[in-house]
Design a protein around this ligand. Structure first.
Ligand SMILES: [Zn+2]
Length: 407
């Protein structure tokens, strides 16, 4: 007999709601393992939106290569890899995109340009299909997979706030904005921003997360840091001057170290931030964790990325696969507390209780495991006033039922 448990609905601390809402009609390739199948899905896309480009996301480049020559044979198409940090686009797709956004579109294939303009690129696609209706539909889908709220980690522009207001969803998100986006907002919009968001490296999917070592399948590649040290402290300083919270994306060990060392050098200024977060922190070690804890930094992590240890074993050393998402070390040795300074989200890869909980409870490496109580403390609403999730752990894995208060 299987036992049942219940937990409150989830608050996802890291998502990109407008982008994913705009993508709700896009092709999802997360479960696709062959190039043929991917081709078929992109071709079948048809006229699902007004943009004229078949948009797909979730391509796992660890599963199959996608030669540009094959890609050119498809109708206008743009395919994001599962990390979103690299994009395949064909000539006819570029032409459509360039009609909206000009010649910068031609630089999409340059990975350094892409990382430096990551926010801009996501915004291009978010804006192709953004609407209050799409947002509403997306938050409906989130609820079906057990998620009540989802923080927006990269506000597209001021119009996104209007769309959230029209959809009456402002109580189910918090807005984080890149410094350039923030400085262009009206003062009333600025008031609605929780914090600023910076990137210090790329992602594992695109081999741009900054590592101390090299990628095993690209011996000259250590990933990339977005800022030289001096520039990073300048940018952080400007963010702190706004008095807002600050969230910093750092995945690879080299980026995490740069981020923590830079923050330490800034001294007492970092103590006054309402909330100071590192996003992802996947390759954090005990020394970095202890220093981060000492500065009052919150780690915003994604249990679903625990499976990167398997997915990216084609490009990471065995040690780094082991070092990914070291939750036991963070909690048992560095003293992080779930729900206080260790919080969870999904980055939309994928959203929902099932995959994240599966990875949390049954990870590849012991050091990655979380208890159900820890998962609940770091990921769930404080109470069941919005609803709850009923969980059943059986031989088939985790089954769940979502009950909202209206039920
Ligand atoms: Zn993200």
């Amino acid at each position: 007999m299987s036992e049942t448990f219940r937990i409150p609905l989830l608050k996802d601390h890291h998502s990109h709601p407008l982008f994913y809402a705009a993508f709700s009609t896009a092709v999802n390739l997360q479960q696709v393992t062959t190039l043929d199948e991917a081709h078929r899905l992109v071709c079948d896309y048809g006229e699902r939106d007004n943009s004229g480009i078949a948009i797909a996301h979730g391509w796992r480049n660890s599963q199959f290569d996608w030669p540009q020559a094959d890609f050119e044979k498809l109708p206008p198409a743009a395919v994001f890899d599962v990390s979103l940090h690299s994009l395949l686009i064909n000539q006819s797709g570029s032409e459509i995109l360039a009609r909206h956004y000009g010649d910068s579109v031609n630089q999409l294939a340059d990975s350094e340009w892409y990382e430096s303009n990551f926010r801009t690129v996501l915004n291009w696609f978010a804006n192709l299909n953004a609407s209050a209706e799409a947002l509403e539909a997306f938050y409906g889908q989130l609820l079906e997979v057990g998620v009540w709220s989802a923080e927006e980690l990269l506000l597209v522009d001021e119009n996104e706030i209007n769309l959230f207001e029209q959809a009456k969803l402002t109580d189910r998100t918090r807005f984080w904005a890149a410094p350039e986006t923030y400085s262009n907002l009206s003062s009333s919009a600025k008031n609605q921003i929780t914090g600023l968001k910076l990137f210090t490296d790329g992602a594992l999917g695109s081999r741009t997360a900054a590592l101390n070592g090299t990628y095993t399948d690209e011996p000259n590649n250590r990933g990339l840091l977005i800022y030289p040290d001096g520039e990073l402290s300048e940018v952080i300083g400007e963010c702190l001057d706004t008095g807002k919270s600050l969230s910093i994306h750092a995945i690879g060990d080299r980026a995490i170290e740069q981020c923590i060392t830079t923050l330490e050098k800034m001294g007492s200024a970092v103590r006054t931030v309402p909330e100071l977060r590192i996003e992802h922190a996947q390759m954090i070690d005990l020394e970095m964790a202890t220093r981060a804890k000492g500065m009052g930094i919150t780690l915003s992590m994604q249990p679903n990325f625990t499976s990167d240890s398997v997915e990216y074993s084609d490009r990471l050393t065995a040690e780094l696969c082991q070092a990914n998402n070291p939750f036991r070390m963070l909690i048992d040795q560095a003293g992080f507390e779930c729900g206080k300074d260790l919080i969870f989200g999904s980055d939309g890869m994928p959203h929902g209780v099932q995959y994240g909980l599966q990875q949390a409870l049954y990870p590849t490496h012991k050091n990655q495991s979380l208890t159900l109580d820890e998962f609940k403390a770091g990921y769930c609403l404080a109470d069941e006033s919005k609803g709850h999730i009923e969980l059943k752990f059986g031989l088939q894995g985790i089954e769940y039922n979502v009950h909202t208060v209206q039920d």
